[in-house]
Design a protein around this ligand. Structure first.
Ligand code: FES
Ligand SMILES: [Fe+2]
Length: 277
């Protein structure tokens, strides 16, 4: 277990059901980015949230209608998050839904440039004294799962931000044997950048599909596209669900982000070549 659950102290604020504490290997910048990032909730945390409709969002926080669970367990909540950078704190309030009135206060303490301690206090109204520990633990367990997923995203994003290269060495060429067709999709490296090489489904069954090459990292916030299935020429990023047409590089989910420059693929005499020109 990576976290500590601290039950509420008797006589403390009446609706306090407990606290969750954890040390995170991330910077304050990544943490705030994640806090304001409402878009990732139904994608990265798809086991906790089924859908989300945003009402309003800004540097102050966001308010959204969030669906969770399925079938008989399905629930809809109106949630508002307010970030107070001066206090290094954000408060998530349940404005409507099953836990209406519940508040989650998260305080962040900077240990070093890329290490934070977080203390999350759960306040849930109308919980009988004998049920507080159980309710507090349930909140802590769900936060444990959310933070496991978030830490993975934040650290992966940080690693790729650190590795970003300036400019492209356009003289580099990558030659591959055309038997690579048997192991597609393949992640390949050209000029220090990672790309996914794949083939679209052939229109005619007697022919081979068109070669495509696209970045292994999403242009939005560097989520991995390497493992995302290619369906009808479209890949969907697992972090925020943006979809990209790999033939044009355009985002077809309404975002203005798009793939950067990608190499050209040619096939000749049993050789597949990736080059910039
Ligand atoms: S990182 Fe956000 S959609 Fe890919
Ligand atoms: Fe998250």
């Amino acid at each position: 277990m990576k976290y500590e659950f601290v039950p509420a102290i008797e006589g403390s604020r009446v609706d306090h059901v407990g606290s969750y504490r954890r040390r995170l290997p991330v910077s304050l910048e990544r943490m705030y980015e994640n806090t304001l990032d409402w878009q990732h909730l139904p994608h990265l945390h798809s086991s906790s949230f089924t859908s989300l409709t945003i009402e309003t969002a800004g540097a102050w926080g966001w308010r959204a209608t969030v669906m969770s669970g399925e079938g008989q367990q399905a629930a809809t909540s109106l949630i508002e998050l307010n970030l107070d950078r001066d206090a290094r704190r954000w408060i998530t309030r349940n404005l409507a839904g099953p836990h209406v009135g519940a508040e989650i206060w998260t305080h962040v303490f900077v240990v070093s440039e890329r290490v934070l301690d977080i203390v999350v206090d759960f306040f849930v109204p109308d919980v009988p004294a004998e049920a507080k520990v159980k309710v507090g633990q349930a909140y802590a367990m769900s936060y444990e799962r959310l933070y496991d997923e978030d830490v993975e995203m934040m650290t992966e994003r940080q690693r790729h931000l650190d590795q970003r290269l300036d400019g492209v060495d356009e003289t580099q060429v990558l030659d591959l044997c055309s038997s690579i067709t048997a192991t597609l999709p393949q992640t390949v490296t050209l000029s220090g950048r990672r790309f996914v090489l794949n083939r679209l489904d052939a229109v005619d069954s007697d022919e081979e599909g068109q070669w495509v090459v696209y970045p292994a990292r999403c242009p939005h916030q560097l989520g991995s596209l390497a493992g995302a299935p290619l369906i009808d020429g479209v890949v969907r990023c697992p972090w925020h669900g943006y979809k990209f047409d790999v033939r044009t590089g355009a985002c077809i989910s309404g975002s203005s982000c798009q793939f950067g420059r990608t190499p050209k693929v040619t096939e000749q005499a049993g050789k597949v070549t990736l080059s910039w020109v």
